[in-house]
Design a protein around this ligand. Structure first.
Ligand code: SF4
Length: 476
């Protein structure tokens, strides 16, 4: 990576760079006109944001367009339907009336499943008849809180499953202006032990604002853990090191630990390069110095990290920083899913090949895991017997506690990328079949019943890099 700077500034001021800075970025790094126009067109639909740290320290500009971090943060050709991309490019170039562009953008976004896995229909909690704004409650012990000012990130991942948070449409957005709704909800739900503060990235907020959301939670005796979902160690590690209120942030963590609660930083790390810089390592060391726990998770993404060797390096780098490898997720069925999707069969291979090289302390990681409508479903491998080939599956977490830790199976399908692509076997317990049947399909009666329209059977799928020719698929 010869063109990457070897020195890292000791102090930086955060500046978000978006579509308006595209020409500046393209000129500086010599992006071709074609790449520039593609980014401009696709960024009309998918959120685009980077910053100087990401540009100067993470992207390898000698390896464009294949560089994994470039694909992680810059919109790419193939993420949208080619005809849509062409029309977007024409409309983005044309001066004058923007009404047609806005209408096309809205139409494309509606087709990208902005709230996957029933987030809007099933996870929004109520106190009495009233919906609690900016909250999700899916699993009994854990509530998600979305602070209103924390619904952006220091840079945006092109695969983001929360992309709808960033596109300026209030109908698509979860956001709590204050913690009042959360506190009212916790008061009548003592079963909640764990509050996950998430976004976006809550650490885009000043420490003062973050404190206003976290401190009141310490008055709720039943809450034992506060988690913060963040990609700041990767995209803006200065948040913990040299930002003007970095020390205040660490003091806040120390106070939470002193209160007898756990504070857990759920670090979203997609690629080992994100932990190769001094600021990133210093950030994690400082966080750990407060007594906070650091858990690491990321989705498995085609073009970015679909390689066992990359994951093995990532998990080892996390362990070297004293962080705990936690989840390898399957890319969710939202946004440019077909571009990033890795078939479940390949995902299980990548996980196995990386996992078997790890020292014992890094084998805390679980995966590949689908965070699906009924719960977190682990793809525990592929097995074969005289009757055929199957995916071994297991519920790691579930809306229905009785389903947790229960194994089940689905028929092997080399092309399947999500739960609703799978057909469960006839011996699936009825309660699991009922729960999974809302998103997967079942052959309990001997004939397949259709799942949601987004299954392979109903979804108009674009080609991905893993698409197989029929003969190849049948051999696998
Ligand atoms: S850091 Fe998380 S919320 Fe932010 S863009 Fe990436 S995936 Fe989305």
């Amino acid at each position: 990576m010869s063109s990457m700077p070897t020195t890292v500034p000791t102090a930086e001021r955060f500046r978000a760079l978006g579509p308006h800075h595209l020409d500046e970025i393209a000129d500086r790094y010599g992006l071709s006109d074609d790449i520039r126009e593609t980014i401009r067109a696709v960024a009309c639909v998918l959120p685009f944001r980077v910053n100087e740290y990401v540009l100067s320290n993470l992207v390898d500009w000698d390896d464009i367009p294949d560089d994994p971090i470039f694909r992680l943060v810059f919109p790419q050709r193939g993420m949208l339907d080619p005809a849509d991309e062409r029309r977007l490019a024409e409309l983005a170039r044309a001066p004058g009336d923007r009404a047609e562009l806005r209408s096309l953008v809205r139409h494309i976004r509606d087709g990208l499943n902005p709230h996957p896995s029933g987030q809007r229909q099933l996870n929004v909690p109520h106190v009495g008849e009233a919906e609690v704004r900016g909250l999700q409650h899916k699993y009994r012990q854990t509530v998600l809180h979305f602070p209103g000012q924390g619904q952006t990130c220091h840079a945006y991942c092109t695969y983001c499953f929360r992309w709808a948070q960033f596109v300026g449409d209030p109908d698509l957005r979860f956001a709590a202006p204050t913690p009042d709704g959360l506190l009212a909800y916790l008061a009548v739900h003592p079963e909640v032990e764990d509050v996950l503060v998430t976004g976006g990235d809550p650490l885009v907020m000043s420490t003062e604002r973050l404190r206003a959301h976290l401190e009141p939670i310490l008055g709720v005796e039943t809450v034992r853990t506060i988690r913060i979902g963040t990609k700041s160690p990767a995209y803006w590690p200065y948040r913990f090191v040299t930002d003007h209120d970095a020390d205040d942030l660490l003091r806040l963590f120390e106070e939470i630990v002193a209160s007898g609660r756990n504070i857990a930083v759920m670090a979203h790390l997609s690629h080992p390069r994100e932990l190769e810089t001094d600021p990133a390592r210093r950030a994690l060391a400082r966080v750990r110095g407060t007594g906070a726990l650091v858990y690491c998770q990321a989705p498995l993404i085609a073009h970015v990290n679909d390689d066992a060797e990359v994951w093995a390096r990532l998990w080892r780098a996390e362990l070297a920083c004293g962080a705990i490898p936690y989840y390898m997720f399957v890319e969710r069925d939202t946004g440019p899913h077909d571009y990033f999707a890795v078939p479940l069969a390949r995902a299980a291979e990548i996980f196995r090949d990386a996992y078997r090289t790890l020292p014992g302390l890094a084998r805390t990681v679980r995966g590949p895991v689908m965070s699906a409508t009924p719960g977190k479903v682990l793809v525990d491998g592929v097995e074969e017997d005289g009757s055929g080939r199957y995916f071994r599956l297991r519920m790691l977490q579930a809306r229905e506690p009785a389903l947790v830790a229960r194994p089940f199976r689905a028929h092997y399908d080399a092309r399947a990328t999500w739960l609703d692509d799978l057909v469960l076997t006839p011996d699936t317990p009825a309660d699991i079949a009922a729960a999974v049947g809302t998103s997967g399909r079942s052959d309990m009666s001997g004939t397949s019943t259709p799942g949601t329209p987004r299954g392979l059977a109903g979804r108009a799928r674009r080609r991905s890099r893993y698409d197989l020719r029929p003969a190849e698929a049948s051999r696998r």
